[in-house]
Design a protein around this ligand. Structure first.
Ligand SMILES: [Zn+2]
Length: 141
C-alpha cells in the first residue's frame, strides 16, 4: 500500500519531480525506470526469494490499487457515456448451504468423501448409484 506517512513522502516526491515525461515518451521508458528502481532495491536488500516475492507483491498491489482508484472510475465514465457491452449476467450459485437436518433412508449410505461434481453436496450411494439429493446429479456404476 502506497499510503506511507506524510513525513516519509517529501524526499520521494522531490525525486519524482525531477523526472519529466514528455507526452510522446514511450511506455518502455517508464518500464525501464521501474526496472532500475527494482534493481536498486534488490541490491540494497540482497538477492533472495523473499526479496523477489516482496517486489512482485508490491507490483501486483500497486497495479490493483491503480485499477481500484483510477481505472475502474474511468471505466465507469466510459460505460455511462458509451453504453453497456456485457450482454450476459453472472449465473447464480446452485447451492447456498447444506441443510442441517438430512433425511435418513436406511437403504442409502451417505458418503462423507464423495461430493457431487455439480454442486459439491455430499452424494448418497444407493443400489449401485451415487445421487445428489441437492441438484439431482446421478451416476450409476
Ligand atoms: Zn449436486
Amino acid at each position: 500500500m502506497p499510503y506511507i506517512e506524510q513525513g516519509q513522502r517529501k524526499p520521494i516526491d522531490d525525486l519524482v519531480r525531477l523526472i519529466k515525461f514528455k507526452s510522446d515518451c514511450k511506455i518502455g521508458i517508464f518500464n525501464y525506470l521501474i526496472t532500475r528502481f527494482m534493481c536498486s532495491w534488490i541490491k540494497s536488500k540482497g538477492e533472495s526469494y523473499t526479496t523477489y516475492n516482496e517486489l512482485i507483491g508490491v507490483l501486483e498491489a500497486a497495479k490493483l490499487e491503480l485499477y481500484r482508484r483510477l481505472v475502474s472510475k474511468y471505466e465507469d465514465t466510459k460505460l455511462a457515456s458509451s453504453g453497456e457491452c456485457y450482454d450476459i449476467e453472472p449465473s447464480a450459485p446452485k447451492i447456498a448451504f447444506e441443510p442441517s437436518i438430512k433425511p435418513k433412508n436406511t437403504n442409502e449410505i451417505e458418503t462423507d468423501k464423495i461430493r457431487c461434481p455439480e454442486c459439491n453436496f455430499p452424494v448418497v450411494q444407493s443400489e449401485g448409484c451415487m445421487t445428489c439429493q441437492n441438484c439431482g446429479w446421478s451416476k450409476c456404476s
